[in-house]
Design a binder for this molecule. Structure first.
Ligand code: ATP
Ligand code: MG
Length: 371
């Protein structure tokens, strides 16, 4: 594996192309288009960190929001780190249920979609102590009011299973900065909900460099890479999410998929049209079918026309089932060898530990804490 840190000093054109209001989704989308061009020209300058909480099986929101991009980047020659965020399960619940099973299921999903452990590193928080140690200096670089205004955290608190907000819920975006910066990733393929966290990571990197860098750049300021489906809705019309009982998982059978899509929320208008602002549920279904078919949602909508929501759902079901058939077959195949899943993880953990140890040594030197 290439252990060299991706070049960050020649990212001048990235910085210059950055719009001032980088928090907004449309700005992030425009920025993603610029990034795509830079990746195409020189994939070796990028290192990707991205990941998921082990709270259940991955779903279509993950797939089209981030997973598809991860594998595409890997195939383009970008180095990929995938974190299974086990500590972050505890942000919105008291106990992390069935953790081992969920972790294995995630590894299975990654292998099934095409993450190649020979080229990419799959690892867990819990196994990389030096990554977690970065959290302390990073916490000192942000204010409580900055943490307080994070819109994604506010939404997650609203959906939390806990009556009180834990300190971990409040601070996990800082932990996420440690996830990204421990390996000096400069590119993070994510869904829309992650944009505020990415902005915080950029702030932490910048402040660390300013405070401790003495002229040198310790951390890059990573960019978010949004896909064309940065927010896929679930069957209830809110963000598709593992924890909200509204998801269509990659591992679902064709029949389960049909049943779930059939129960998806739509609206009362019979004519099917693509309008994400006024018709979010119908538009999300159209987008899903379109992504599976490799066409535009407007084309799919025009074809269905006045045939109504039942036909839309039939089209979605058939498109999803056809698209996922090879992924589901590979998933079943990999699932027969649990020992292999554990081996993939233990090798990934070892690689991540070496990278984290090196970064922590650098951080300690910068902070004058080498005794
Ligand atoms: P949980 O409910 O446990 O928080 P989740 O479904 O929100 O699970 P995460 O593990 O929090 O999934 O998110 C992993 C990655 O998938 C993030 O980059 C996130 O932006 C992306 N993602 C999750 N859900 C969607 C979605 N519905 N549409 C687009 N991207 C998504
Ligand atoms: Mg989430």
């Amino acid at each position: 594996m290439n252990t060299a840190v991706p070049r960050t000093e020649d990212a001048g054109d990235i910085a210059r192309a950055r719009p001032a209001d980088a928090l907004g989704t449309s700005a992030a989308q425009a920025r993603s288009a610029v990034l795509e061009e830079l990746i195409r020209k020189d994939p070796g300058r990028f290192r990707v960190l991205t990941g998921d909480r082990p709270t259940g099986r991955l779903h279509l929101g993950h797939y089209f929001g981030t997973l598809h991009n991860r594998v595409r980047l890997q195939e383009l020659g970008v180095e990929l780190f995938v974190i299974i965020a086990d500590y972050q399960v505890l942000t919105d619940r008291d106990v992390a249920d069935n953790l081992l099973q969920h972790v294995e299921e995630l590894v299975l999903d990654y292998l099934a979609i095409g993450v190649d452990p020979a080229r990419s590193t799959i690892f867990t928080h819990g196994a990389v102590p030096a990554l977690n140690q970065l959290m302390l200096p990073f916490l000192s670089l942000v204010s409580v009011s900055e943490l307080n205004r994070n819109p994604t955290v506010k939404d997650e608190i609203a959906h939390s299973r806990q009556s009180a907000v834990s300190g971990l819920m409040f601070t996990y975006p800082v932990h996420q900065a440690a996830d990204i910066l421990f390996c000096k990733a400069n590119l993070v393929p994510v869904g829309q909900d992650q944009l505020p966290h990415l902005e915080l990571t950029r702030t932490i990197a910048r402040r660390f460099n300013d405070r401790y860098g003495t002229g040198s750049t310790v951390f890059p300021q990573p960019d978010a890479l949004l896909s064309s489906a940065p927010l896929l809705l679930g069957t209830d019309g809110t963000k598709m999410s593992k924890s909200r009982n509204n998801a269509i998982t990659l591992a679902a059978t064709a029949d389960e998929t049909a049943r779930l899509v059939k129960g998806a929320k739509t609206d009362s208008e019979r004519h099917i049209s693509y309008d994400p602002v006024t018709r979010p549920e119908v538009s999300s279904l159209l987008l899903l079918a379109a992504l599976c078919q490799g066409r535009s949602p407007e084309q799919v909508a025009a074809e269905i026309g006045s045939a109504g929501a039942a036909v839309l759902k039939k089209v979605v079901t058939e498109s999803v089932n056809e698209y996922l058939a090879p992924v589901r077959a590979r998933r079943a195949e990999y699932g027969r060898d649990r020992a292999h899943l554990r081996a993939v993880l233990s090798e990934g953990n070892e690689r991540a530990r070496a990278v984290a140890d090196a970064t922590l040594a650098e951080v300690r030197a910068a902070m004058n804490t080498c005794y």
